[in-house]
Design a binder for this molecule. Sequence first.
Ligand code: SAM
Length: 187
Amino acid sequence: MGKIKFIKEFLKNWKEVGSVIPSCRFLAGKMLGPIDFKKAGVIVEIGPGLGCFTNKILEMMDEDTKLIIFEINPDFCRELDKNKDSRLTIFNVSALDMAYHLKEIKADYVISGIPLSTLANDSRGLLFKAIKNILSEGGVYVQFQYSLGAYKKLKSVFKKVALKFTLFNAPPAFVYQCVKESSDSDS
Ligand SMILES: C[S@@+](CC[C@H](N)C(=O)[O-])C[C@H]1O[C@@H](n2cnc3c(N)ncnc32)[C@H](O)[C@@H]1O
């Protein structure tokens, strides 16, 4: 059922949705691997789609951890909203505007499914800056991509970028883990 809805949304707006089907549990494992669920206070997820990472995060996080989601697609938001977990907050706005909605809140982790390859160059740069801006010091940004197209740009924004790969996803995916360090400026 979820897959059909996802394909329909992809056909309506392939650039924004970026993938024909949702990610699988192996990629979810790689994406959530860096999260220390015992210590995480605030986790932000951007581009959750129908929630394949969201549900796993909710399963694993503590009672007093907050999960804040930014998803641009209203149909996906309606589906995500069926999840009545009080730890979850959903914003149906672009992740580019998240600083405005988060106000003073800083994230320990940003988990992203946003398709970087179909974003315009300017928007990609703005997105990386927006993410760095809302991360606390030592906070980690995790992003998957089906190519290495964003690696160079990410390295220019975050000094510390580690790269992982999983064959067990359709298509196989790279996972970037970027750490916000005190020497990284917010600009
Ligand atoms: C490739 S899908 C990933 C969905 C899910 N995380 C997964 O891995 O299956 C990309 C998602 O990013 C959302 N998206 C694209 N641009 C966005 C933006 N600027 N802000 C928030 N969400 C965005 C799309 O609507 C879509 O749900």
